[in-house]
Write a protein that binds this ligand. Structure first.
Ligand code: GLN
Length: 539
């Protein structure tokens, strides 16, 4: 097969029938396969909602906010992209309708449209295509995979689909694959899988002028030949491009392997005229095997306030999985609603966990419960990992219960606190707007010699991602240090506390940043690995 001369190929991933089909995961898993064929892959997401970014959205509505190196606050699917491929993404990889409209409207105000009527077509669609082109230049690659958020048929998604239709004409259909992720439900009463919802969502795409070449069929049951035939015929997709994506049994990391078995990457490469070797998946298979068949198990409690939400602590759960696999163990996750710990009963709730993790968060709800969980971990020498708010909570707990600073608190929860051991960052004092207004993105931290953090990281300078408004109040440094509280990492100028730990404790580490955004399947984050190792030793 002749290799195309076109410098770049494009894959657009749309979704049909219902939301939460795992489009992001499918896009990321395809990314894994293509990358392991030796191709350079970049992923991006188009989100049709009008928020400028998900940074201001409630976790109940949107799950975790995933933070990139450059401080962009993005959708959690970008977390899948970074975990499933080696790409390091930037704010250019996450576009919302809010950003598109913001740009179009400011151009209109500047007079850039020279008095023309500003319309969805062509002005909004042009802006969408501009994003595609500028990303192609900024992050050159062999294949750019673009996931379109939402479901086909949503009004707000239409400009994106129209822009793609135009874009296909511009770059040539031989350089584009449209992959539609759809649901093939099993109807119990009929005892069969139904193809009609998929037919209808593809009809909707065709109305707009888009014909998908690949169907990813989410299903609970195997797709038998007759169902595949039906989908192929009614959806106008070759039979081999009807791909079964059954619910994975054990781990989302099985997804690339499952799609490979269905021949997805082969079909995509054929459609894009790419003559590249088979994907080398041996390392991935070894990782998945360790996830699925762990030699031992370890019970880890995560004490948070959005614990009932599947997606609120996504990157944390994934980081635990990576670290556990590296230690040949599986995680028995104990999700604890912090509010249930408010009346100091951690002895019963936490009694048989091997490690306690307190994640980040905003607002007062559940904080006292987190403080109690932290106290329990400190006093009972249970391995502890505190992330962002988790570090602030560890500081408050130590100040109150070890240093006897009564009423010690964060200014976030008690602006009148007698001892504001956590206070507002200087740069935050005049900030009034909410969007993108925190200390965000990657900043360096210097680690002190002789500390546990230094040992765990194996280096004295690290770069980690941040998202916070408050910080450790250095006025309390000596008082806390005098009692065994160790400031093991700070910003290079020493003004911001980034890492803390406790002496006389097997593993009590907390950080002001978010290590969970940099953990990868075969490269677990050192703080998580150290935490799991210590927890295993505590079993
Ligand atoms: N609410 C705290 C702050 O703004 C912690 C933030 C977080 O955990 N991401 O500093």
């Amino acid at each position: 097969m002749a290799k195309s001369t076109h410098p770049m190929k494009y894959i657009f991933v749309t979704g049909g029938v219902v939301s939460s089909l795992g489009k992001g995961l499918a896009a990321a898993a395809l990314g894994t396969l293509l990358e392991n064929r030796g191709l350079k892959v970049v992923l991006q997401k188009f989100d049709p909602y009008l928020n400028v970014d998900p940074g201001t959205m409630n976790p109940f509505q949107h799950g975790e906010v995933y933070v990139l190196d450059d401080g962009a606050e993005t959708d959690l699917d970008l977390g899948h992209y970074e975990r499933f491929t080696s790409s390091v993404l930037s704010r250019s990889n996450s576009t919302t309708s809010g950003q598109i409209y913001e740009t179009v409207l400011s151009k209109e105000r500047r007079g850039d449209y020279l008095g023309n009527t500003v319309q969805v077509i062509p002005h909004v669609t042009d802006e969408i295509k501009n994003r595609l082109r500028s990303l192609s230049k900024e992050q050159p690659c062999d294949i750019l995979i673009t996931e379109i958020g939402g479901t086909t048929g949503d009004i707000e998604g239409l400009p994106f689909l129209e822009a793609i239709r135009q874009f296909v004409l511009e770059v040539g259909p031989q350089n584009v694959v449209i992959m539609h992720v759809t649901l093939v439900p099993f109807i119990k009463a009929a005892g069969e899988l139904k193809t009609k919802p998929s037919q209808q969502s593809i009809a909707k795409l065709r109305e707009i002028g888009l014909q998908p070449q690949v169907l990813i069929c989410r299903t609970e049951h195997p797709l038998e030949e007759d169902v595949r035939q039906k989908l192929s015929m009614f959806c106008n997709v070759p039979l081999e491009a009807v791909v079964e994506a059954r619910d994975v049994d054990h781990s989302i990391y099985e997804m690339p392997l499952m799609l490979q078995r269905e021949g997805l990457d082969e079909i995509v490469c054929e459609l894009l005229h790419l003559d590249v070797p088979q994907a080398k998946m041996a390392e991935w298979i070894r990782f998945v095997d360790r996830v699925i068949h762990p030699k031992k198990r370890v019970k880890i409690a995560v004490v948070g306030k959005y614990i009932e939400l599947q997606d609120a602590y996504k990157s944390i759960y994934e980081s635990l999985t990576h670290a556990a696999a590296a230690n040949d163990c599986g995680i028995d996750l104990v999700r604890i609603d912090a509010e249930t710990l408010e009346d100091w009963n951690p002895e019963t709730i936490l009694k048989d966990v091997a490690g306690v993790l307190v994640p980040g968060g905003f607002g007062e709800r559940g904080v006292e419960g987190k403080i109690n969980a932290t106290r329990f971990a400190r006093e009972h020498k249970v391995p502890f990992l505190g992330l962002c708010l988790g570090m602030q909570v560890a500081t408050i707990e130590f100040a109150r219960n070890v240093c006897k600073l009564e009423g010690a608190n964060s200014a976030e929860f008690d602006p009148e606190a007698q001892h504001s051991v956590i206070h507002l960052l200087e740069e935050q004092k005049d900030v009034t707007g909410k969007g993108a207004s925190m200390r965000l993105g990657t900043w360096p931290t210097l680690i002190k010699e002789g500390t546990k953090a230094r040992k765990v990281y194996g280096t004295n300078e690290i770069r980690e991602r941040h998202r916070h408004r408050y910080e450790f109040n250095l006025a309390y440094r000596e008082q806390l240090e005098a009692k065994g509280f160790v400031i093991s990492g700070t910003s290079p100028d020493g003004t911001l506390v980034e890492l803390i730990e406790l002496q006389d404790h097997p593993y009590f580490l907390a950080c002001q940043f978010h290590p969970e955004f940099q953990s990868k399947p075969n490269h677990p984050h050192p703080l998580f690995s150290g935490f799991i190792q210590a927890s295993l030793a505590n079993c």
